[in-house]
Design a protein around this ligand. Sequence first.
Ligand code: CU
Length: 315
Amino acid sequence: MGKPERTPVGKRAGRVAALAVLVALTATGCSGDEILRFGWPVGVTPQANEMRNLWTWTVIAALVVGVIVWALIFWTATFHRKKKNAAVEGPDDLPRQFQYNIPLEIFTVVVPTIMVCVLFFFTATAENDVLAKKPNPDVVVDVVAFQWNWEFQYDDANAKLADGTKVSTVGSSGEIPLLVLPTNKTIEYRLRSTDVIHSFWVPEFHFKRDVFPDPEKNNQDSSFQNSIDREGSFVGRCAELCGTYHSVMNFEVRALSPDKYDQYIKLRTETNPKTGKPNTASEALTAMNCGELCTPHAVTTQPFNTDRTARTASN
Ligand SMILES: [Cu+2]
């Protein structure tokens, strides 16, 4: 008996599969970058990009393994099925059996172990890069979380008021605090809470860190660094359930070019002739008048009505 010919059914299944892949790739209308992103959201920091790289390569590796496994399953299921008359003719009609195949079993233990080691190595490398700190960051911000808002203090010699205190922005129930930062500079965030545990989270940074009242006692590294690739407004949230108004504990990162940032900090240290006090964040941004980027209030989120009695009355 000669080698069995590939059945027309198999040929047709192959063609349909190829067509399905082609349609799936073209019908989505995704760009090459979007496809390689594999659903990973767009970040605005080099650290987020590093994590994106890890994700892309992990998915590619998983797809390679997946394609091999799927091909083996379909190949086996299609071409090595038990023949119809096997029950009559006995077990000789079964395809070749592979149990107790020592080399194959060693292969199926060793290869996955190597894959886990490779994934572990690249994950640890990416994590180290994301958590890396430079000894002299360009900007240091003290992030103070409290029930239920944020205060941002600039720890910089240029960001001192006449009385020597730091330039700071505090949120209130009527105003979302704006954390104005420069692009393409190393920024260090020093996190501290005055009451319970909060969590500093800017989704577009792809980074979240708990804010502890006593980080040292909790043996926690309460600071991290990143830099922001482009100008824009990015929402920030508290990501640790911290009490009644946890869900309204939002802020906004406003990333400005270094020139605009310097101008902003300078304005914050100057006295507003109308109020006799140093410019607030919104007054400084209004004075800068740089269009959408200088909107004097948050554009990514808004204050919520925290007056429960008013809400009950309207319902
Ligand atoms: Cu909180």
